[in-house]
Design a protein around this ligand. Sequence first.
Ligand code: ASP
Ligand code: MG
Length: 464
Amino acid sequence: MKFGGTSVGTGENIRQVSGIVSQYSKEYRVTVVVSALAGVTNKLLEVACQAKKGDEKLVKNFTGELLQKHKEAVVSAIVSDPLQKEVNQIIEKIVAELEKVLTGICYVGELTAKSKDYVVSFGERLSAPIVWGAIQDRNLETQCFTGKEVGIVTDSNFGEADPLMNFTMHLVHEKLCPLLEKGVIPVVTGFIAANQDGVVTTVGRGGSDYTATILGVALKADEVWIWTDVDGIMTTDPKIVSTAKLLPQLSYQEAAEMAIFGAKAMHPRALGPVSKENIPVRIRNSFHQENQGTLITKEPVADTKKIVKAVAIIKDVAMLNVNGAAMVGAPGSYAKVFEVLGRNNINVMMISTAASEANISMIIKRGMLSRAISNLEIALLEKEGLVNEITAEDDVVVIAVMGAHMKGTLGLASKIFDIAAKKGINIRMIAQSSSELNISFVVKEKDGTEVVRAIHEEFSLSKA
Ligand code: ASP
Ligand code: MG
C-alpha cells in the first residue's frame, strides 16, 4: 500500500492511514510505502535553489518551519506520549542533518543533480517515521526503512533513476520477507533509493508509486494499492467536465497511456514492473474508503468495449518547429536535431513531421523552450547549416484521446477532428503512433477546455 502526499498531509490523515493499515493487516500481509507530506518536496526543491544563492537565513527559517510542521503532525497522528517523544527525536535528528546539507550548499554555491536528490530525499525521510509511529501506536509490529535500506538499487541517473531490478529484487526479498512472515509491517520511504555506491537517488517526481510497484514485484505481492486523494482514474478532469466518470477498470497499457497524458494517475514508469509480472494495481481514495477505485490489470474483465475511454488536456507545453530544406532526403538529419535536445536534457513529448521532410514539429515542456531554441540555434543553424528556421508557440495545449479499442476503429480520427472543426477550433499539430491507443493533437490554449468538453460529450463518456 502506497499513501500519497495528501493522504499523509496532516497528523489526522496519518492517523487515518494507520487505521487503514491496521484494518487490512488483519487479513493480509501489508507493506507500506509513504510519500512526503503534501507540498514538502516542492518546498525542499525551492529552498535548495535559494541555498545555492547563499541565503543561509532562509535555510534556518525553513528548517525551523519544517520541524514544526512535522512535530504538529506527530501530535495528532500518535496518541502515546513516549512514542511521540521517540518520533520527535528521530525527526529532530533528520532536520538537523538537512540543515547541515543546505548550509553546505549555501557555502559551496553549487547544486548538482546529486545533491538535489539528497535534499529532496528528506521529505520522505521525515514522513515515514511518523507513519511508523502511528502504526506502532495501534499496537502493531512495524519497522521503518528508507528505500536505500530496504535494498532498492538504481542507476546513477539522479532525479529520474531506474532500479537495477534483479539486484533490487534479491535484496528487498531478503530484507522484507522474513519480517512479513513474522507479522511485522514494513514502512518504506517512497521516491528515494541509492545507486550502487550507496549515494542517494530519486526515481522521479511522484516516484512513490514507482517504489510501491518495485516492492510489489520484489515481494511477489498479490496486489499493489495506491491510496490517493481522488477516487481513481477519470474519463477527464472533473474540473473541466463536472460529469466526468470514474473508470472502474483499465488495462496496464491504457493506464500507462493516461499516466503519461496527464490524467492524474501515477508515475509514468510505475506500471512497468507490475505489468511484466501481472500484478494488479488498485487506485483508491484514502478519504473515501467505501469507493472501489480503479483496478488496473492485463485484461480488464468488465471491459465496456468503449472505443474512446478518456480525454486529457496537457498544459504547460510548447510547440517547437524546426525547418530546413537541407534536411530533405538527408539520412541522419532528424537524429541530429534530437541529439541536441537529448544532450541538453530536453524531453520530447510528441513529434510530427510531413513526408516532405522539411519540417519537424514537436512538443516539449514550456519551461524548456528557450533552452531548446538556443541550443538548436547554436548547433544546427549556425554550425551545420542544416536548419534555416526555428519557430515556437508557447500558448498551446495537447489534447489526448485514449482507449484500447481505438485500435483499428475506422473513422475515429475524422470524427475527432470534425468535433474540433464544428467548434471552429484550429488544429496545429497531430500525432498518432501505430499502437493506435491514442490520438494526440495540439490546439491553442484558449480552445483547450472547449474541445475537451465537446469530445467528452460526443463520445458519451459520462455514460457507462
Ligand atoms: N514526494 C515525491 C514528489 O512529490 C514523491 C511522491 O510524492 O510520490 O514527487
Ligand atoms: Mg507527492
